[in-house]
Design a protein around this ligand. Structure first.
Ligand SMILES: Cc1cc2nc3c(=O)[nH]c(=O)nc-3n(C[C@H](O)[C@H](O)[C@H](O)COP(=O)(O)OP(=O)(O)OC[C@H]3O[C@@H](n4cnc5c(N)ncnc54)[C@H](O)[C@@H]3O)c2cc1C
Length: 416
């Protein structure tokens, strides 16, 4: 390829949230190939995911279709004690405050919509005809990377070369240590999260009707975060929010880790044991425990995060998503950071970008994204220590007002 050619070969390693969002951005200008070690259905699960205005603002510019994803806009939160007594009921429109909504969706639906944005014909997305769909390569993960040349070795032994390599292979990234000079891996935080999603149909069969707090949301046609705290000095709490147009409920039960689980160090999750969780939450309301009992799939996550990395880039490769900054879900910001990272790659779609300019541009992306993700990681670490509503709102303001990479660079230029 000539060094002044402005259409680059972009290779993305990993088809999770970060990889697919990056593919959607980069296809506007470049030829994109995504290499995924798993099947097309990889990294999906029945559980939910919430996106805050800092990412929904970006998703909307990508053409994300909330109706296809069955997304539910969350209009505030209810706070309840473990016996079901309401402590707080707060209407808080993030759309009004930050110009974009807080939404929740089934993880599989969210990923399916991102895959559509990466691979649908340009015309279906209102993109210029030159924005070719990303090529997806399944069941062939990356096992090695030479960041200077952009050469990637795949599991089947083949070697591919790209002008820019986006490393989006998740929290237990295999390629991260090809970019860093010292190896780094994720650390457990001492908290475990049990995630289930349960359908309204199942719950109605088991309880005869929906719990009032779910029924209220259906009647209003509006979702809420429903927080239930033990308030007894233990760190036990449960967060529930609706999915698929309020026909499903996501429940996340968080508690102090009880015993080591070898398999969760290999991936985010392992199969959970309902009886063990029910024992931990024995003193919570019967309806909640029944909802857990009738849920299909119980997954346990021993929550982990990464220390802030000293760099994200080397040569023509950059880390994004959990590979760069895994954080616990205590603020629900992990996938939001992945979307912000993908937006950062817009710098590669600006006029005049060439193969030669890639390393310099990646450094500029990092100069905005690394401090930003570090700040949100630190906010997440201190979340369990939040004691007042004022702290919570201050963190929302900090997290949700990110102006995107172009806005952030403008702010930097104005400040200097
Ligand atoms: C319990 C829990 C709840 C969460 N809730 C929220 C929430 O509500 N809101 C939120 O914003 N975030 C949430 N998060 C965080 C969020 O899930 C992650 O931040 C997000 O999935 C990161 O996306 P990613 O694309 O970087 O990584 P992943 O989603 O992990 O994707 C990585 C992809 O790379 C592939 N891969 C791995 N190695 C290779 C290889 N060598 N070659 C090729 N492919 C490879 C994997 O198969 C996978 O498809 C939660 C996390 C947990 C654990």
């Amino acid at each position: 390829m000539a060094s002044n050619d402005t259409r680059l070969r972009a290779a993305i390693v990993g088809s999770g949230i970060a990889g697919l969002a990056a593919a959607r951005i980069l296809r506007e200008q470049h030829d994109v190939t995504v290499y995924e070690r798993g099947e097309p259905s990889v990294a999906t699960g029945g559980q939910g995911i919430a996106n805050f205005p800092n990412s929904t603002h970006i998703l909307e510019t990508m053409g994300f279709d909330y109706s296809r994803a069955g997304s539910v806009e969350l209009a505030g939160w209810n706070s309840v004690d473990r016996h079901g007594k309401y402590l707080d009921n707060i209407d808080y429109s993030m759309r009004e405050r930050y110009g974009a909504p807080l939404v929740s969706h089934m993880r599989v639906d969210f990923r399916t919509e991102l895959l559509r944005l990466a691979t649908a014909p340009a015309g279906n997305l209102g993109l210029d005809a030159s924005a070719a769909p990303a090529t997806m390569v399944w069941n062939n993960g990356a096992i090695d990377l030479d960041a200077e040349s952009g050469r990637i070795t795949l599991e089947d032994g083949s070697v591919v070369e790209a002008d820019v390599v986006i490393v989006a292979d998740g929290i237990h990234s295999r390629l991260r240590n090809k970019i860093l000079s010292e190896p780094v891996s994720a650390q457990k935080t001492g908290l475990t999260c049990c995630r289930v999603a349960v359908s309204a149909e199942r719950v109605e069969q088991a309880l005869g009707k929906l719990p009032q707090w779910w029924q209220d949301q259906r009647e209003k046609g509006q979702g809420y975060m429903h927080l239930i705290e033990a308030l007894d000095g233990t760190s036990r709490f449960m967060v529930a929010y609706p999915l698929r147009n309020l026909t499903w409920m996501n429940m996340a039960w968080v508690f102090q880790t009880r015993k080591e689980r070898g398999s969760t160090t290999e991936s985010w999750h392992a199969d959970g044991n309902k009886d063990e969780i029910l024992e931990v939450y024995d003193d919570f309301g019967d309806d909640l425990k029944t909802m857990l009992r009738v849920a299909d799939q119980v997954k346990l996550w021993e929550l982990q995060d990464l220390e802030p990395l000293p760099t994200w880039t080397s040569g023509r490769a950059i880390l994004i998503g959990d590979a760069a900054h895994a954080m616990t879900p205590l603020q629900g910001q992990g996938s939001n950071m992945a979307i912000e990272d993908a937006d950062g790659l817009r710098l590669l779609t600006q006029p005049g970008v060439t193969r030669d300019s890639v390393p310099e541009i990646l450094k500029t992306v990092e100069s905005v994204r690394r401090p930003r993700a570090t700040k949100v990681l630190m906010n997440t670490r201190s979340t369990s220590k939040i004691s007042s509503a004022a702290d919570r709102y201050a963190k929302f303001d900090e997290n949700c007002t990110y102006p995107g990479i172009l806005g952030a660079l403008k702010q930097q230029a104005t400040a200097s």
